[in-house]
Design a protein around this ligand. Structure first.
Ligand SMILES: Cc1cc2nc3c(=O)[nH]c(=O)nc-3n(C[C@H](O)[C@H](O)[C@H](O)COP(=O)(O)OP(=O)(O)OC[C@H]3O[C@@H](n4cnc5c(N)ncnc54)[C@H](O)[C@@H]3O)c2cc1C
Ligand code: SF4
Length: 1019
């Protein structure tokens, strides 16, 4: 076999100008299948892959000896075309693999079929199109899933995992996950997914995501791509495609690539067809740059980049578990726990379908994953309290003896929670600007107001100052703590160095004692000079979105503590932490994002945080429950909690398949609308989120669509003889033989279909909010005068996230209504049950019409009064009043864009069997805006109509009295389902009041510039 550099050098030098039947760009699950089937059909194929080849034992690893430099270049694409390509797309952080074999080199081998529900048909068309082309279903794809599973030699995980153990033992992390599922009553939904691993070769080292040094992973270079090469494919690695053009001739596709072997020279190949398979992010990027030169249909060009999905990805660690899951042992993923709240509509915007899988990792990756626990995040990503009350906060217990009191700690965390909530629901106007600038689908107004304005925007300046001081105090506390601990760690390090010595110069040299004053020297010479403000600023900016010029809260003390902790882990050679558990989550996104190019042609992603908030909340809750069952501390991904963006390894979409050019980028067979023979056959073509790990579906759809391309008589690569499904790989065993040999039963291949999900999740309760409201007033029934009426209500929002993204803002209300049925008669009490639409936005056109009608009525009245006033002077004041009212009406007309209503509908049943005089109360608070006391009067005045058997039985007004507001309503606000966790409670309150007060601010102070006490120059 040629060496790495020899192989790359041979491959990379392209024969510029050669003519091929097809060029395949990328060698992941789409590209490998395409290359294999095209060559199998006798086509002359060129494969261009930007990454390197990785042979057995050749994947990058940390240095094995201290005198070896780690081969960092081969790790990172950005450094020297290495394996990992992590792209900061601002809205998301996309993690991809570059190399011959694409994602298969670094993936976790899970081979799952997507659930039928993922292939939902469209419900919308045009720029907001959704759903899959009509032809797609599990029945359509199953034959292709079968062939992909056979080609990749997928098989069940063996029941005992540790072949070298004296007694065959199950994997500790499987045992831990099974125990957690059992104690949460979720065992029926836990399964072991099939893996594309040869378990006879696998040594259970947990290094799958870094590339398997033993070739136990059935990566694409070992099967599909090996066949393509054997059949004559011209494979060029380190060949990064820059541009695709169609010059209009039958052989007219010109693909330009950067040849990283020869240097900067751009090389080209010509072909009759192009198969774009560079992965969701890169394929979309390439098509965004090339869409005007490939003959693409006008109608579908704006769709390139739309419908981008992160597949519900999330990640979290549990530390200090009581059982020892030992994540460094076994394949990366071995279990999968399904969550499917079927009471919700999977095809709509609220699909709650996700899975949590255990994550393994090599010991040397521990310091990196330890970053989730780093002090850098000021504990923002920490959720220690647990509903079961079993989570032991060991860190906090230790800290109790230190300077920080429990109260300060709790307050600090609550304040930080509030600050994070502020960031979570950012300025909607900015989202609007971005949307219009880049032609993104505009969010409906109701939703953007859910993203809301901040408490900071509506708080008086004094309160803002207090908040600011509290924030500073929080950081001072953190810094003090960090200083104390870092000192201790340095002492410990010094003790070890002085008493044990260090190896000089390298491991085989003698041990040398070091001077006892090392710690002091180290502090003075190394630490102090490096308190670089610029570094702190950069970190602030990156991690916390804090404006340039702010060098706190990350003082050197915090960074120092972090560095020392890392050093301690690396230098003192701590044992692997067996009491840790990594969780990898994926699901069906509730709403898509978009990939787009900014003015500088950089690829960025927009991600709809608000619409996906509910899914994220449900995922976090189940992770929290698992952490509780393992009796450990949950640390969420700080990038998600602090920066409010997903990190995804399952990028999907951007070049969506569709039934009509207006709805997507390619036809249902992956051919780009309008082009002669440009196909997208990778993850980019997925028109929706899959929920499951996506590689099996990408491969199955590529198996289907490459055959459709070859079967197409009008295509320049038409092949009269179809490529068979059996045998799965030419020259290999048949489907039946593979099934038998590797135990590929339907239950093994499709465990999701076997898991019967509950009608309702055992604990689908989300974070909610309750409050009381008391209103009193009068109504007039037909015969009588004013009669008293009073309502004592409890409002309940079960799920705050769902509430915020639902334009109706539905709230359940229960309570009592007492009213006098007739003058002089005693009050009758009714139980009341119904709904309140809290701050439902009134359609501006309807509002204008209502105001207009009101204006016409008033004009008529005014005219009558004028006529009468001429003859009856005592009517003059009434005329004046009517004119003033008209004036104010005109002012309100000017400002009708922000109008809301609170609609109450209550069914009334008399208590104790009394005869009812009414059976329904319908009320509305009109939040229409106005000067002076309007905010108070409008939010506290309910215009009521009473009904009896659908006939009006009275009308009047009720009010919230200030005493009831202060005594009953304000103290009654309570967050439910947060398990007593201060951070969550603070976060939830902030989200609600941010929405509520922010909306009122839009109505009553529409011209108030955004005031942000944390913005640059605002202090
Ligand atoms: C850490 C990790 C673990 C994962 N685990 C699983 C799992 O267990 N199961 C699962 O189903 N999925 C998993 N995935 C996801 C899976 O790897 C991807 O969904 C899958 O690889 C996507 O296939 P693709 O064909 O769309 O693109 P990719 O596999 O990403 O292949 C694209 C290829 O195109 C190349 N390329 C990109 N741009 C260019 C260019 N301009 N010119 C030439 N070549 C280019 C890339 O280098 C790459 O080789 C994981 C992903 C990661 C990162
Ligand atoms: S655990 Fe993963 S990396 Fe280790 S041998 Fe098995 S397949 Fe290879």
């Amino acid at each position: 076999m040629p060496s790495q550099s020899e192989a790359d050098a041979k491959d990379g030098v392209g024969s510029t100008g050669s003519l091929f039947d097809a060029v395949v760009i990328g060698t992941g699950f789409g590209g490998a299948v395409a290359a294999c089937r095209l060559t199998q059909a006798g086509k002359n194929v060129c494969v261009l892959e930007r990454g390197r080849r990785y042979d057995r034992g050749d994947f990058p690893r940390p240095a094995v000896r201290p005198d070896h430099l780690p081969h960092t270049a081969r790790w990172a694409w950005a450094l020297d075309y290495g394996m990992w390509d992590v792209k900061d797309l601002q809205g998301t952080l996309a993690v991809q693999v570059a190399g011959y074999g694409g994602g298969s080199l670094g993936y976790a081998n899970v081979h799952l079929r997507a659930p039928q529900a993922a292939f939902a048909p469209p419900t919308r068309h045009g720029p907001e199109a959704d759903g899959w082309p009509a032809i797609y279903s599990r029945a359509e794809l199953d034959p292709y899933y079968d062939v992909a599973a056979a080609a990749l030699r997928v098989r069940p995980i063996p029941s005992t995992f540790i072949p070298t153990a004296l007694v065959a033992a199950p994997l500790p992390k499987v045992v831990a996950m099974q125990g957690a599922a059992r104690s949460l009553g979720r065992e029926p939904w836990l399964f072991l997914p099939p893996l594309a691993i040869d378990f006879d070769t696998c040594v259970m080292c947990g290094e799958c995501i870094a590339g398997c040094q033993f070739h136990a992973k059935n990566t694409l270079d070992l099967n599909y791509l090996a066949v393509a090469e054997r059949l004559g494919a011209d494979v060029r690695t380190l060949a990064e495609v820059l541009d695709i053009r169609d010059d209009g001739h039958e052989d007219g596709y010109i693909v330009t690539y950067h040849d990283h072997v020869t240097g900067d020279a751009a090389a080209t190949v010509r072909a009759r067809s192009v198969f774009l398979c560079a992965g969701s992010v890169s394929s979309t990027h390439l098509l965004l740059r090339s869409k005007d030169h490939v003959g693409m249909a006008e109608a579908s060009r704006p769709n390139v980049g739309r419908r981008f999905f992160v597949n519900g990805d999330a990640i979290a660690m549990v530390y200090d578990t009581v059982p020892s899951p030992t994540p460094t042992r076994g394949p990366t993923i071995a279990t999968s726990l399904l969550y499917n709240n079927r009471s919700l509509d999977l095809t709509g915007t609220r699909g709650d379908w996700f899975m949590i899988q255990d994550g393994g990792y090599p010991k040397w990756l521990e310091p990196v994953l330890g970053l989730l626990r780093a002090d850098l995040w000021l504990q923002r990503n920490r959720i220690a309290a647990n509903r079961g009350g079993r989570t032991v906060d060991r860190d906090a217990a230790a800290r109790d003896t230190a300077a920080i009191g429990d109260l300060t700690e709790r307050t600090t965390r609550a304040i930080l929670g509030l600050l994070d909530a502020r960031r979570a629901y950012h300025d909607p106007s900015r989202a609007g600007v971005i949307a219009s600038r880049f032609g993104l689908p505009q969010k409906d107004d109701a939703r953007s107001s859910a993203q809301g304005l901040g408490i900071a925007d509506v708080l008086p300046p004094q309160i803002r100052r207090i908040l600011e001081q509290a924030r500073m105090q929080a950081h001072v506390v953190e810094n003090r703590e960090a200083e104390a601990l870092s000192g201790k760690t340095v002492e410990e390090l010094t003790y070890r160095l002085v008493n044990i010595g260090i190896h000089e110069p390298f491991p085989d040299g003698p041990l040398q004692p070091v001077p006892p004053d090392l710690a002091e020297q180290f502090r003075q010479q190394v630490v102090e000079p490096h308190r670089l403000i610029a570094t702190l600023e950069a970190i602030n900016q990156y991690f916390l979105d804090i404006p340039r010029g702010v060098a706190e809260p990350f003082t050197a003390a915090i960074l120092w503590r972090l560095a020392v902790r890392l050093a301690k882990q690396i230098l003192l050679g701590e044992r692997p932490n067996d009491h840790a558990f990594l969780m990898l989550v994926m699901g069906i996104d509730a709403a898509p994002g978009q990939l787009y190019l900014d003015e500088e042609q950089r690829l960025l992603a927009y991600w709809d945080r608000a619409a996906n908030a509910r899914l994220a909340t449900m995922q976090e809750r189940l992770m929290h429950d698992i952490a509780g069952a393992l009796e450990g501390e949950l640390r969420l991904n700080p990038d998600a909690t602090v920066r409010q963006r997903p990190v995804t390894v399952h990028n999907l979409g951007g070049c969506a398949m569709s039934d009509r050019p207006e709805d997507g980028v390619t036809d249902p067979n992956g051919k780009v609308w309008g082009t002669r023979a440009l196909y997208v056959l990778d993850g980019a073509a997925m028109p929706g989120s899959l929920g499951a790990n996506p590689s099996a579906t990408i491969a199955a759809i590529a198996e289907r669509n490459v055959r459709k391309a070859l079967a197409d008589r009008h295509s320049p690569i038409h092949a009269p003889t179809p490529v068979p499904l059996d045998p799965p790989l030419p020259g290999g065993p048949s489907l039946a033989e593979i099934r038998q040999r590797y135990g590929q039963t339907p239950a093994v291949l499709d465990p999701i279909a076997q898991v019967t999900t509950p009608a309702r999740e055992p604990d689908a309760k989300a974070i909610g909010l309750t409050f009381k409201e008391v209103m009193q007033g009068f109504y007039a029934s037909a015969p009588g005068g004013n009669l008293s009426i009073r309502a004592d209500l409890v409002a309940t929002i079960d799920d705050l996230s769902a509430f915020l993204v639902d334009p109706r803002r539905p709230v359940a209300i229960t309570g009592t209504v007492r009213l006098a049925p007739a003058p002089g008669q005693p009050e009758v009490e009714y139980t009341a049950r119904g709904t309140l639409d809290l701050l439902r936005r009134v359609d501006a056109a309807t509002a204008l019409r209502a105001l207009f009608d009101e204006g016409v009525e008033r004009l008529k009245r005014l005219q009558e009064l004028r006529d009468q006033a001429r003859s009856t002077p005592y009517l003059e004041p009434a005329r004046k009043d009517a004119e003033d009212a008209m004036e104010s009406l005109l002012r309100r007309l000017e400002n009708t864009t922000h109008r809301y209503e609170m609609d109450y509908v209550l069914d009334l049943v008399p208590v104790g069997g009394a005869a009812p005089t009414v059976d329904r109360l319908v009320g509305v608070k009109k939040i229409y805006g106005g000067p002076g006391l309007a905010p108070w009067t409008e939010t506290t005045t309910l215009h009521v109509t009473l009904y009896d058997r659908q006939q009006p039985a009275g009308a009047g007004e009720m009010h919230v009295h200030i005493a009831d507001l202060l005594r009953t309503q304000l103290p009654s606000f309570e967050i439910t389902g947060a398990g007593g966790d201060d951070v969550r409670i603070a976060w939830a309150f902030a989200r609600f009041f941010r929405f509520f007060l922010g909306t009122l601010r839009q109505v009553y102070l529409p011209h108030l510039a955004m005031i942000d006490p944390f913005a640059q120059g605002a202090r």
